[in-house]
Write a protein that binds this ligand. Structure first.
Ligand code: PRX
Length: 654
């Protein structure tokens, strides 16, 4: 039995540690309640007050213009994201403070002060301008976790170019789709990134994607391989551009509702969607939430392990912490490479004070044994965070005791690519925590749990997690597809006599007797694998694009470390003789090629037929039951082909 099990009753509250609260901005439930009341009393005034905490070139007249489902926040205001991250610090003592500490798995290290980062961003923005890239055009960034990626994002933001960061783990095909969907005019990349001792050739993937990316005019690569220079598109070396361009690049005064970035994420239907985040509202939400949830202090060394390719990398590696003048620590490589305790060594060496990571990483480190973190001095840590998936109470307790030494509050933060910033999380100096719950919505966020008809569910009854009022960080649309945006997020609970329409998160949740939110996971066909969000439909369509596959259904199976593992059920083309073992591997490789290694199914099961409803829909519920329990307990009366079910059962028993 787990040694923590006695501590895991749901009602167990962990009060904020006194030494933390004593120094916290919000240090009591009274202070928290008054902020909450203020926000409830006048939600627009609350957000307006938060917006005034960042720098605007000119102010707004309208706080929110809301025409379901289109929101515009602070719409007449003008602002610049890079100015708020960099220039505002230059006239202060933060000018020579470290902005970025970067390490790579091969031991390479670089530190950049705010002044140095400003210099590089200015030069790179001047370079982009000189290449004729204009405000409103989009640029794809396909890089590892390094200062250049951050410089590229901030340089785009400086001159109103919309950045579209694609995770470096995606394949050339996935990159191509995202470049084409966003009509990017330029790609910024690097020759290689490092991961677990291997060189990952990012530039080669770009080069291969470019064979069918007609919108690309320019390619910029850190360490541009010399042999591949061509005329169209034009290829440029990062360092040569930087040294040959002016430092001074005045930040444009950008309209609040101008797009800051697109970020692609998986949905429950095939094609990934490019969520559009705009500038003023996003910065307001990210600045506010970072301040509340991480309670930043001038001496903090803040370590968020998320990759720049995900929303956490955008909001809480780059924009939030830099607006707050943090020193951010970033690592290019795997956190357990070159040795299993690398993450702890980084914390010890750089005296990191805040660690923000994913439950899947915590579970993996937990399973590697306590002796690994115990060999390092982690006493610099004062706050721990988690994001991306539900954290199981055992992992929470391990994080609390072994990593936090029972001194550090844990902020379990619930949010999504679509929400832009944190929505549900404890305020660490004030709100008592419980293992496994993200606690309560931040003041200004009207989250609730409702049944199918939109009525709030009673305590302890599961329902759909919804947001009942627009918030500044919300995605404004899906790039090029307003109708899909409305259909996915706003049509489940449209406006009616009782409410003005609710945003549907796609998550199931319940509230306990204390009003704490327990996230129960996705209720759609989106699966969280190792904290990565994947659409089963996307993986199924990758599988059926293989010539041997007739039909495929992908479902999630609970996994102790990854949260979920993907299991694919596949029927093969009748006319093709197949070697099952060889085909298994071939299909896994095929998915890696079409999407990326993160989407590879853990197992592939072959079957002669898939269970379907009378209308021909694959009954994924049954498949989920088979993989998770090995039994079927649900209603099977709508099955058309019982024999297929029998075969699945027996293949499962083999
Ligand atoms: O299911 C929820 C889960 O991750 C989903 C959002 O994934 P993504 O857009 O990739 O953003 C992840 C980083 C913000 C949510 O719909 N999720 C995220 N945070 C939590 C969570 N589930 C439970 N607890 C969390 N703290």
């Amino acid at each position: 039995m787990n040694s923590f099990s006695s501590l895991l009753q749901e009602h167990r509250l962990f009060q904020p540690p006194k030494q933390f609260s004593d120094n916290a901005e919000i240090s009591s439930m009274d202070q928290y309640s008054s902020l909450l009341k203020e926000a409830q009393f006048d939600i627009l005034e609350h957000w307006s007050k938060q917006a005034k905490r960042i720098h605007w070139f000119s102010s707004w007249n309208t706080i929110l213009d809301w025409k379901h489902p289109k929101a515009q926040w602070f719409k007449e205001g003008t602002i610049n994201a890079s100015f708020n991250c960099l220039d505002i610090h230059l006239g202060t003592e933060y000018k020579n403070k470290k902005a970025i500490i970067w390490e790579r798995e091969d031991g390479h290290k670089i530190e950049l002060t705010y002044a140095e980062l400003h210099n590089k961003v200015g030069r790179f923005a001047s370079s982009l301008k000189s290449l004729g890239i204009r405000k409103g055009e989009s640029v794809t960034i396909y890089m590892g976790m390094n200062p250049e990626a951050i410089i590229a994002m901030l340089a785009c933001a400086r001159i109103g170019i919309v950045h579209n960061v694609v995770f470096g783990g995606f394949s050339a095909e996935a990159l191509r789709d995202r470049i084409n969907d966003s009509s990017s005019v330029c790609v910024i990349t690097q020759a290689i990134t490092k991961r677990r001792g291997s060189d990952i050739p990012l530039y080669d993937a770009v080069f291969s994607a470019l064979q069918s990316c007609p919108s690309i005019r320019e390619v910029i690569s850190k360490d541009l391989p010399k042999s591949d220079k061509q005329e169209t598109p034009r290829f440029h070396d990062w360092d040569s551009l930087l040294t040959s361009h002016e430092v001074v690049c005045d930040p444009l005064h950008i309209e609040s509702e101008h797009s800051l970035f697109y970020l692609y994420t998986s949905g429950s239907t095939g094609k990934p969607k490019g969520l559009v985040h705009t500038t003023g509202g996003y910065l307001t939400h990210v600045h506010y939430s970072f301040g509340l949830v991480f309670d930043p202090k001038p001496d903090d060394v803040y370590f968020c392990t998320a990759d720049i390719g995900w929303i956490t990398g955008h909001s809480y590696v780059v924009y939030g912490p830099l607006m707050h003048g943090m020193t951010i620590l970033i690592y290019e490589g795997a956190l357990n490479h070159p040795h299993p305790g690398k993450i702890w060594e980084l914390i010890q060496y750089h005296k990191a004070t805040i660690l923000y990571t994913a439950p899947t990483a915590i579970r993996a480190f937990m399973s590697a044994g306590n002796q690994i973190p115990n060999a390092f001095d982690l006493s610099s840590l004062r706050l721990l965070g988690t994001v991306g998936e539900p954290i199981n109470p055992e992992a929470w307790m391990w994080y609390h005791s072994i990593i936090g030494n029972e001194r550090c509050p844990i902020v379990d933060t619930w949010w999504q690519t679509e929400t832009g910033g944190i929505m549900i999380a404890p305020i660490p100096g004030a709100v008592p925590t419980k293992p496994g719950t993200a606690t309560m919505p931040l003041p200004g966020i009207l989250a609730d749990i409702v049944d199918k008809s939109g009525n709030p569910t009673p305590s302890n009854v599961g329902g759909y997690l919804v947001i009942k009022h627009p918030w500044p960080g919300m995605a404004r649309t899906i790039f090029g597809d307003d109708a899909r945006y409305e259909a996915v997020y706003w049509s489940e609970f449209p406006p009616n006599d009782h409410h003005e329409g609710m945003y549907f998160t796609g998550d199931g949740a319940r509230k306990d007797d204390d009003g704490y939110f327990w996230i129960m996971g996705r209720v759609d066909d989106v699966v969280n694998v190792s904290g990565h969000r994947l659409g089963t439909a996307e993986i199924e369509s990758a599988l059926v694009s293989h010539p041997s596959v007739a039909e495929a259904a992908v479902v999630a199976k609970p996994d102790e470390i990854k949260g979920n593992a993907l299991i694919a059920f596949v029927t093969v083309m009748k006319d093709r003789p197949v070697d099952i073992q060889a085909l298994k591997q071939e299909l896994k490789d095929h998915v890696a090629k079409e999407i990326g290694a993160i989407a590879k199914p853990e197992d592939i099961r072959f079957t002669e037929g898939l269970p379907k409803t009378r209308s021909g829909k694959i009954m994924r519920r049954l498949l989920r039951e088979i993989v998770s329990q090995g039994t079927i307990s649900g209603d099977t009366t709508t099955l058309e082909d019982f024999s297929s079910l029998e075969k699945l059962r027996s293949s499962d028993e083999e």
